[in-house]
Design a protein around this ligand. Structure first.
Ligand code: F6P
Length: 381
């Protein structure tokens, strides 16, 4: 049976969103279905109702992005970062009037189903709307933070790991030239996946993630300085520190630039330790630190082959589920294959973790990756 489906991207963007949109349109076109791209997440439904856009303009065509002949048919969408649909990073489902209008937008478009590509926050919001409006929904996880629960991978994470790994590599040589300690601040919200993966792959000496070092207390900074002193003794005159943005300052507060804070703390404390005259600290006398905040560059970049592949498999599964009318599922990656998890279970878990103010899918402190980092001599706190 022919179907009319919608797709939207919601929350912070990440590499691979366009690859999903492309794959969804391709898989759906094979079945003769129509796909509508909802602009700026659920806000697109609002815009439709407010007559700020027309439903006909939202129809996605398999080769619609090849401006007449200019690209010679090159299928460029899967290589582009960002989202051609736009994404919305803040929603307001608590406003009943807005929620009602959004729900009406879905109805008026007469969709059979909606594919929502989102992170933990947006999946939570969209699922609530879907429940209220009785939408047929399929979720696809995306985020560079890799913090969506019940999936080992989310779209965009692996590309961000590559971006950060490459930045850490690039910083190695300038750090080495000046015998400096480089502190690199990595995104991830309250999760340390991005910092941990890229820190190991990039050859960091110290990796600080909220799951292992929630706050930068004095004892921790002392240990970091001791580790730097030991590195210097062993002949490595520079040090690379990767710190996740979710790590808090000594007072347990979030800092916008926690890398700056840490660099300053290392400067101060290493100087004090040096003055103690203890032999283990004597080579900390002229320590120089610099900080780099990578910022939104982590959300862009050409999607890696891994993310493009993940996007293709997630899209196919989403279309299969719609064909079977098996709705209210999140497509996930577990144990090397695509699987599904009921959205009610996923969202209940997200809500519960958010209420506790903790990450829905943190790094496992007893996991193999943490053990690997320690075995490599990386200091994790
Ligand atoms: O959730 C993705 C993410 O990039 C986080 O890693 C980061 O803390 C946040 O979004 C940044 O959000 P914004 O783009 O609103 O500054």
């Amino acid at each position: 049976m022919n179907k009319k489906i919608g797709i939207l991207t919601s929350g912070g963007d990440c590499p691979g969103l366009n690859a999903i949109i492309r794959a969804v349109v391709k898989c759906a076109s094979q079945k003769g279905w129509e796909v509508y791209g909802i602009p700026y997440g659920t806000e697109g439904f609002l815009r439709l109702e407010q007559k700020k856009c027309r439903s006909d303009d939202l129809k996605l065509r398999e080769h619609g992005y090849d401006l007449p002949g200019i690209l010679h048919g090159i299928d460029i969408l899967q290589f582009l970062s960002g989202s051609i649909l736009g994404s919305l990073s803040k929603g307001d489902p608590s406003n009943q009037a807005i929620a009602k209008t959004i729900i009406q937008g879905y109805k008026d478009l007469q969709l059979d189903a909606l594919i929502a590509v989102g992170g933990d926050g947006s999946l939570d919001i969209i699922y609530d709307l879907a429940q209220q409006g009785q939408w047929n929904i399929i979720g696809i996880p995306k985020t560079i933070d890799n913090d969506v629960p019940f999936t080992q991978r989310s779209i965009g994470f692996r590309t961000a790991v590559d971006t950060v790994t490459s930045a850490v590599y690039d910083l190695t040589f300038t750090a080495a030239s000046h015998d400096r300690t480089m502190v690199v601040q990595v995104m991830g919200r309250n999760a340390g996946h991005l910092a941990l993966h890229s820190g190991i792959a990039g050859g960091a000496d110290i990796i600080l993630i909220p799951e292992l070092t929630p706050t930068l207390d004095t004892e921790l900074i002392n240990n970091i300085c001791l580790h730097i002193a030991q590195l210097r003794c062993s002949g490595r005159k520079f040090a690379l520190i990767v710190i996740a943005e979710g790590v808090k300052n000594q007072a347990g507060e979030k800092e916008k630039y926690i890398a700056d804070y840490l660099a300053q703390q290392i400067d101060e404390i290493s100087h004090k330790l040096c003055l103690t005259g203890k032999p283990e600290f004597c080579n900390l006398d002229n320590i120089e630190t610099r900080s780099t905040v990578l910022g939104h560059i982590q959300r862009s970049g050409t999607p890696s082959s891994y993310d493009r592949l993940l996007a293709a498999t997630f899209a196919k599964k989403a279309i299969d589920l719609i064909a079977e009318e098996n709705y209210n599922q999140l497509v996930v990656w577990q144990n090397g294959e695509v699987q599904i998890q009921p959205l009610d279970k996923v969202v209940a878990h997200i809500k519960q973790r958010h209420q506790l103010g903790v990450c829905p899918n943190p790094v496992n402190p007893d996991g193999f990756l943490v053990a690997t980092a320690r075995s490599l001599g990386i200091y994790l706190g």
